[in-house]
Write a protein that binds this ligand. Structure first.
Ligand code: IPM
Ligand code: MG
Length: 377
């Protein structure tokens, strides 16, 4: 057998991670059924549960495979009681560690409500948010800000007196994320649902924080190179209500790391919940894709969680690989997968518990597999 062109390192991780990743890999191998698949997906254990059992987060082979892979697919990490001696979550090496080491500076989270998916907000908003209102992408800075490991604790006589997390905003980090957001807005076929305008919204707290003032200045400075893109601004506190009230206004949203972390979970509600939310951690030449719901320990082992976020993560991964390697075959596979997912969602034939249904995790995977196979007949 010829060597596969693309090596995909897969980390199912903790809790429900392995359950959704199993379905993701099932869908990926169905995509590859037509001919020799150009990718090879290899699974490695690791995370918080692994740490509890083995005393380390992962094996050296797993770590080298992650660093060398063409793309990484991650389930979720984090498990109750799995904490490193320094207080960090065990499994950190696989998420924050890889973001830092591979310099995955852009956290890209599409937020789109597909026909057939319902969201949890009741009342009149139900009519307000339809699929035609929610179609945006968040671009979150992913390497600095409050996540920079520059922190400390001052103790006196055993008592904690002062704790400091340093918020680091650099020129390099800011310029590259802002440019990324504008380029993405330029590439995306559609503008904002409201008016079709290609728009980038800068979310920050520049009325108070110096780092955010610099973030916004940089946003303006780079905006001059993208005259076709409308510049839009929101303080993060006001943004949370506008996002919920008028999601149709947003197209591409750029934010510093911590604020981006918070608003993307809120945004997931608009797309039907965390069960549909996927993200890519993207750098120059490296990337890691994940459903963003986490390991949800209370649902683990029950075959009931929603695997669609993982299907979207696989789609995003194929699209990124296709673009980065200039491989049209992969872009075609990403389109096929998206069409299959959209078809299943529109038919309402795979509703997991979070959608008020009884479809299991495995059955939801089977429906997408059926859709992919049916399409060839
Ligand atoms: C996310 C998660 C992570 C983050 C956690 C698991 C460290 O919340 O990807 O949004 O804070 O970035
Ligand atoms: Mg988060």
């Amino acid at each position: 057998m010829p060597e596969a062109r693309y090596q995909i390192a897969v980390f199912p991780g903790d809790g429900t991670g392995p359950e959704v990743v199993r379905e993701g890999l099932k869908v990926l191998s169905t995509l590859g059924e037509n001919g020799p698949a150009p990718w090879k997906a290899t699974e490695y254990p690791g995370g918080g549960q692994y740490y509890l059992a083995r005393g380390r987060e992962w094996e050296p082979e797993a770590e080298s495979a992650a660093l060398a892979a063409d793309a990484i697919l991650l389930g979720a990490v984090g498990w109750p009681g799995a904490t490193l001696p320094n207080g960090d979550i065990a499994g950190r090496a696989l998420v924050l560690g890889l973001r830092e080491r591979l310099d995955l500076f852009a956290n890209v989270r599409p937020c789109r409500l597909y026909p057939g998916v319902t969201h949890r907000i009741s009342g009149s908003y139900q009519e307000v948010w339809t699929p035609s209102h929610v179609d945006m992408v968040f671009v979150r800075e992913n390497t600095e800000d409050l996540y920079t490991p520059a922190r400390g604790r001052l103790r006196r006589a055993g008592e904690t007196e002062v704790v400091i997390d340093t918020r680091v905003i650099t020129r390099k980090g800011t310029e590259r994320i802002v440019r990324f957001a504008y380029e993405l807005a330029r590439e995306r076929p559609r503008g904002a649902p409201e008016d079709g305008v290609k728009r980038v919204t800068c979310v920050d707290k520049s009325n108070v924080l110096e780092g955010c003032r610099y973030f916004r200045e940089t946003f303006d400075r780079f905006g001059a190179d993208f005259p076709e893109i409308e510049r839009d601004y929101a303080y993060v506190d006001a943004f949370t209500q506008w996002l919920v009230r008028n999601p149709e206004h947003y197209n591409v949203v750029v934010a510093p790391n911590m604020m981006g972390d918070i608003v993307t979970d809120l945004a997931a509600v608009l797309q039907g919940g965390m069960g549909f939310a996927a993200g890519g951690n993207i750098g120059d030449g490296h990337a890691m894709f994940e459903p963003i719901h986490g390991s949800s320990p209370k649902h683990a082992g029950r075959n009931q969680v929603n695997p669609f976020a993982t299907f979207f993560a696989v789609e995003q991964m194929l699209r990124w690989l296709g673009r980065t390697k200039a491989d049209r075959g992969l872009l075609g596979q990403a389109d096929r997968l998206e069409a299959a997912i959209a078809g299943v969602l529109a038919a309402g034939s795979a509703r997991t518990y979070d959608q008020g249904g009884t479809t299991t995790t495995r059955e939801a995977g089977d429906r997408v597999v059926d859709a992919l196979r049916g399409e060839r007949r």
